[in-house]
Write a protein that binds this ligand. Structure first.
Ligand code: FES
Ligand code: FES
Length: 156
């Protein structure tokens, strides 16, 4: 079947019932979205489907025909994505980094439509469904806050 991934048409040959995450990682070599729980509980596998964050571990790839899929790799090609990545680097938000690509996808989708500087509590609420086993939460929250501020400055 054909998939639109990061702005490009891709052809994948996948077994019946395969997930979007399997197609991205195993067929297309896009490994930034990661497999954690496989149960929509950790957020490591998040991608954007028509600009909405979704758990790629639970989406059947057969349902993705005609949808616009963006993976964490695409954030490097986007102004807000680069602001977020820079903030995460500046704040050394990664320990192992396994959780971060999913967190970046959620933060990106949220900040895109945000019209104010978020409080720490708001950021924590937005990221509440993401698990970070390393306990890097304080640095992750600081990085998202810094990205929100940098974005506000950039669009002012
Ligand atoms: S791997 Fe998809 S939510 Fe954990
Ligand atoms: S930095 Fe290791 S799981 Fe979050």
């Amino acid at each position: 079947m054909r998939l639109c991934v990061n702005g490009c048409d891709k052809v994948v040959a996948i077994p019946t019932g395969a997930t979007l995450l399997e197609a991205l990682r195993n067929q297309l070599g896009l490994t930034a979205a990661r497999f954690g729980c496989g149960l929509e509980q950790c957020g490591a596998c998040m991608v954007l489907v028509d600009d909405v964050p979704r758990h790629a571990c639970q989406i059947e790839v057969a349902d993705m025909a005609g949808r616009n899929i963006r993976t964490p790799e695409a954030l490097q090609e986007d102004a807000l994505g680069r602001i977020l990545i820079d903030a995460f680097v500046t704040h050394q938000a990664a320990q192992c980094g396994y959780c971060l690509s999913g967190i970046l996808i959620t933060a990106y989708a949220w900040l895109q439509s945000l019209d104010h500087l978020p409080s720490r509590a708001e950021i924590a609420t937005q990221l509440d469904h993401h698990l970070c086993r390393c306990g890097a939460h304080p640095r992750i929250l600081a990085a998202v806050a810094a990205a929100a501020k940098a974005r506000a400055t950039a669009v002012a």
